[in-house]
Design a protein around this ligand. Sequence first.
Ligand SMILES: Nc1ncnc2c1ncn2[C@@H]1O[C@H](COP(=O)(O)OP(=O)(O)OP(=O)(O)O)[C@@H](O)[C@H]1O
Ligand SMILES: [Mg+2]
Length: 340
Amino acid sequence: MSDEILQPEAAADDLAFEGALRPGSLAEFVGQQKVRRQLQLLLDAAQLQNRAPDHILLAGPPGLGKTTLAMIVAHEGERPLRMTSGPAIQHAGDLAAVLSSLVPGEVLFIDEIHRMARSAEEMLYLAMEDFRVDIMVGKGAGATSIPLELAPFTLVGATTRAGLLPNPLRDRFGFTAHLEFYEADELHRVIERASGLIGLQIESDALREIAGRSRGTPRIANRLLRRVRDYALVHGAAADHTAVSAALELYDVDEHGLDRLDRAVLSAIVERFDGGPVGLSTLAVTVGEEAETIESVVEPFLVRSGLVTRTPRGRVATPQGWRHLGRAAPGPQPSLIDDL
Ligand SMILES: Nc1ncnc2c1ncn2[C@@H]1O[C@H](COP(=O)(O)OP(=O)(O)OP(=O)(O)O)[C@@H](O)[C@H]1O
Ligand SMILES: [Mg+2]
């Protein structure tokens, strides 16, 4: 996407900032009430029985708090945390090295677990179930497997693509948390807390305005908050509603959190194709962008916002989509009414 400010994935400058803003406990974690209560129960039960909590899978789009929750799981149980990721585990041996060095009760966080090598997955099944791995020694006919006992641990896996996980792996998690996009009032609380932590005086309606433009995603809300802070700092202005409008206009983020490309797509459907339906490839050529980008980045948000719907014949702008561009949606054609 051309306008990186609205990307839900972490950028380099987010990472430096996010460490300081991560809530350290479930009580501080905003929103996701259902998941929070489910996790709390799981952790409390483990605590009472003095054992490692069940394995946990955290599933959901980028920037909604998966890594944060993994850290909280370790922190709440006062357990050490080991962090690795699917792409770092390219061979079963990579995983064996990590697993065999865990201390009892340790939380092992595997981010992007869907990207782990297949050969390692099989080893993980056994490790999750029996806290054991079989290490292969030698090659060919002389190869033998040596069982190795592991310390009991809790696996926390995170994935943006739960559908890509093989069933046997998914089934071995005691609990799967599905993270949802946040409501505007929840994002309001996320950035209210963050502004306190970075020492930014900001008005409540400015926070509300940022929350409404953050696409349901705490990472984006924190990032927009940072741009507003910059704006107020550079202009020696108060961080108020006016500063939010000016700063976010500068970065092409409109009142609903649409960026330039989102608006270009919506406006192509409405203005060039009379509201649609229009096929993906035609749309891509019209706005001069890859079809893949439109399908995976732009369209999901437009659909989620109720501005566009997908039909078998192509993409169609909803009445709300027309209104977003300041246009009235066309009513039913007179000839159609006659036919009824
Ligand atoms: N519920 C929340 N309350 C407060 N802050 C949150 C919450 N969820 C996420 N954040 C903040 O949003 C940022 C991104 O969260 P996090 O890194 O946990 O997302 P993620 O789901 O792991 O994303 P990715 O899929 O890209 O790894 C962090 O700075 C974190 O502090
Ligand atoms: Mg993460």
